[in-house]
Design a protein around this ligand. Structure first.
Ligand SMILES: *Cc1c(COP(=O)(O)O)cnc(C)c1O
Length: 513
C-alpha cells in the first residue's frame, strides 16, 4: 500500500531549473496597498526627526497583493506539517496540537494582556500560571517550579544553574557533571556552558546506566548526573532509586532530562523516584507547537533544597490571597527570560491538561507506549533491533540489514517522504550505529500506524531489490537532496534583492507611504 499524501507533484517547468525565478517576482512600481490622502496639514518630518528621517525605503520587493498571497500560500504547500501527516520523529514527541488550545489562547483577555499590566489587573493571567504550575508539580511530584525557560535546552541550562548555585551555597561549586553516552547532545552542551567538565558514563548491554561504573565515577567533585528517563532508546531506568542513592551519598544531585515525560505522565513521578531537578518540554509532552507554530517552553521543577535559587520573579500568593510576582529573592540565579516566559504556551499546555484530566493524561501515556510497541512488534523482523530491552514510547531500530546493501538510515528516512510521511529520527541516539528512531505518539490511529509500517516494509524491499531508488530519494519533492551542511550553516532565510532602493521623497511619503 502506498500513500502519496501531502507531497506535492514533481516540479513543473518553471521550478528547479532556476529556483531564483520563482522567488524573484518583484518589478518596480508595483504596490499592494494605497493610502488615503492626508486630511490634516502635512508636517515637515525632517523638522521633527532631523537626520533620523530616511530618504529611501531601502531594498524591498515590489509586488501586487495577489502575488504576495500566492507566493506565501504556495510556499506553505511545499512544506510538511503535522496537520498534513505523521511525524514519526523519535525523541521529538510530535503530537497533534489540539485546536481547542488555539481557541483558548486567542481569548481577548489572554491574547491582549500586557506583561506591564499592574498585578491587580493581571490576576487572571497569574491564575493561569499558578494553575499550570500546580498541575505540573502534581504530575512530576516536585516541590517548586519556574515556567520561565523558553525551550528544553534552556530548561537544562536553568536547572544546572540551580545545581551550581546550590553547591556554591555550600562553599564548593564542584567540577564535573556525569552524562550517559545515550544522552541528547544538549546535555553535555548545557554542562559545558555552565562551566562544568563533562564525564561520559558508559551504558550497559541493556542500554541503561551501569551502576558499578556510576559508583566508580561519582565523587565529591561531582555536581550532578544528567539522566534522561526513559532514556533516548525508550528504556526506563529500573534502578533509578539506586542511581539517586549513589549520587546523594556523595552529595551530588540527580538532574532528569524530562523531554520523555510522554512515557511517564500519570504513571510515575520523578519526584517520587529521587530526582532533584528536571525540565519539561511543553512543546513535546503537553501538545504546544514545535518551532514554526510558536515558541517553545521548558519549565524547570525542583525539590525544596533548590527552591531558593529559582529564577526571579517567582509567582507567590500574597497575604490577601492575591497572586503576585516576587523579585526579592537574594539567592536567585536571576532572570533567564524576559517577563514570565512564553505565556501563550502556558495557556495551551493548561488547556491540554484540563481537557484530558488525570485519567485522560494517563490514557495518553498508555496509548503512546502501545503505539510505539505496535510498531516495534510489526517491524522487528524487517529492521534490526539492537536493544531487546522492553521500551516505552519510542523504538530504535538500526539500518544494519539494509546497510549491507549500501542503503543507510538517512536514505530510508528520505524515501519515507515519497510515501507521504516525515522522516523518523536519523542517526540518533549515537549509541546505536545507523539508528532509526521512531516515536508515533498517542495522536496516531491504528490505520495511520499501519500505513507507516507498510511504507517502511516496502522501503526495506526496495533496499534489497533496487537500492538505487532509495539512495536517490526523495523523488516527489520540489528539490531532492540538499547540501545539508550548507543548509544548516549558511541558510538563506531572508530576501535580499536585487530590487532597487525605493526613493522616499516628502511628496511620495505624504501621498503613498
Ligand atoms: C528535545 C529534547 C531536548 C531539547 O529540547 P529543546 O526544546 O529542543 O531545546 C533535550 N533532551 C531530550 C532527550 C530531548 O528529546
Amino acid at each position: 500500500m502506498t500513500k502519496f499524501q501531502g507531497s506535492p507533484k514533481k516540479a513543473t517547468t518553471h521550478v528547479n531549473q532556476n529556483e531564483g525565478l520563482i522567488f524573484e517576482k518583484s518589478s518596480p512600481g508595483k504596490k499592494a496597498y494605497r493610502l488615503a490622502e492626508l486630511d490634516v496639514p502635512s508636517v515637515d518630518a525632517a523638522e521633527l526627526l532631523g537626520s533620523a528621517v530616511r530618504s529611501t525605503l531601502g531594498v524591498m520587493p515590489e509586488l501586487s497583493e495577489i502575488e504576495i498571497i500566492r507566493h506565501f500560500t504556495r510556499l506553505s504547500t511545499w512544506n510538511y506539517a503535522i496537520d498534513l501527516g505523521m511525524y514519526p520523529l523519535g525523541s521529538c514527541t510530535m503530537k497533534y496540537n489540539p485546536r481547542v488550545n488555539e481557541v483558548v489562547s486567542r481569548l481577548e483577555g489572554i491574547a491582549d494582556a500586557h506583561p506591564y499590566q499592574p498585578e491587580s489587573l493581571s490576576q487572571g493571567c497569574l491564575g493561569i500560571m499558578k494553575l499550570l504550575q500546580d498541575c505540573l508539580l502534581e504530575i512530576t511530584g516536585m516541590d517548586a517550579i519556574t515556567l520561565q525557560p523558553a525551550a528544553g535546552a534552556h530548561g537544562e541550562f536553568t536547572g544546572i544553574l540551580l545545581v551550581r548555585a546550590y553547591h556554591e551555597s555550600k562553599g564548593n561549586a564542584r567540577k564535573k557533571i556525569l552524562i550517559p553516552d545515550s544522552a541528547h547532545g544538549t546535555n553535555p552542551a548545557t554542562a559545558a556552558v555552565c562551566g562544568y567538565q563533562v564525564a561520559n558514563l558508559k551504558s550497559n548491554a541493556q542500554g541503561m546506566v551501569d551502576l558499578a561504573e556510576l559508583e566508580r565515577m561519582v565523587d565529591e567533585d561531582t555536581a550532578a548526573l544528567m539522566l534522561t528517563n526513559p532514556s533516548t532508546i525508550g528504556v526506563f531506568e529500573s534502578e533509578i532509586h539506586r542511581i539517586a542513592d549513589i549520587l546523594h551519598a556523595k552529595g551530588a544531585l540527580l538532574y532528569m532530562d524530562g523531554a520523555n515525560m510522554n512515557a511517564l505522565v500519570g504513571k510515575t513521578r520523578p519526584g517520587d523516584f529521587g530526582v532533584d531537578v528536571m525540565h519539561l518540554n511543553l512543546h513535546k509532552t503537553f501538545s504546544t507547537p514545535h518551532g514554526g507554530g510558536g515558541p517553545g517552553s521548558g519549565p524547570v521543577a525542583c525539590k525544596k533544597i533548590l527552591e531558593p535559587f529559582l529564577p526571579t520573579p517567582v509567582l507567590v500568593t500574597r497575604a490577601d490571597a492575591a497572586l503576585g510576582l516576587d523579585f526579592n529573592r537574594p539567592q536567585s540565579v536571576g532572570r533567564v527570560r524576559a517577563f514570565c516566559g512564553n505565556f501563550g504556551m502556558f495557556v495551551r499546555a493548561l488547556a491540554y491538561i484540563l481537557a484530558n484530566g488525570p485519567d485522560g493524561l494517563r490514557q495518553t501515556t498508555e496509548d503512546a507506549v502501545l503505539n510505539a510497541n505496535y510498531i516495534r512488534a510489526k517491524l522487528s523482523g524487517t529492521f534490526e533491533l539492537p536493544f531487546t530491552t522492553p521500551t516505552l514510547h519510542e523504538v530504535v531500530f538500526s539500518d544494519r540489514l539494509q546497510a549491507a546493501n549500501g542503503v543507510k538510515t538517512g536514505d530510508m528516512g528520505k524515501r519515507l517522504i515519497d510515501y507521504g510521511f516525515h522522516s523518523y529520527t536519523v542517526s540518533f541516539p549515537m549509541i546505536v550505529h545507523g539508528a532509526m528512531m521512531i516515536e508515533p505518539t498517542e495522536s496516531e490511529s491504528r490505520e495511520e500506524l499501519d500505513l507507516l509500517i507498510d511504507a517502511l516494509r516496502q522501503i526495506a524491499r526496495e533496499a534489497a531489490e533496487n537500492p538505487e531508488l532509495v539512495q536517490s530519494a526523495p523523488h516527489t519533492t520540489r528539490i531532492s537532496r540538499l547540501d545539508e551542511t550548507a543548509a544548516a550553516r549558511k541558510p538563506v532565510l531572508r530576501w535580499k534583492g536585487p530590487a532597487a532602493s525605493i526613493p522616499l521623497t516628502p511628496d511620495t511619503a505624504a501621498k503613498e507611504w
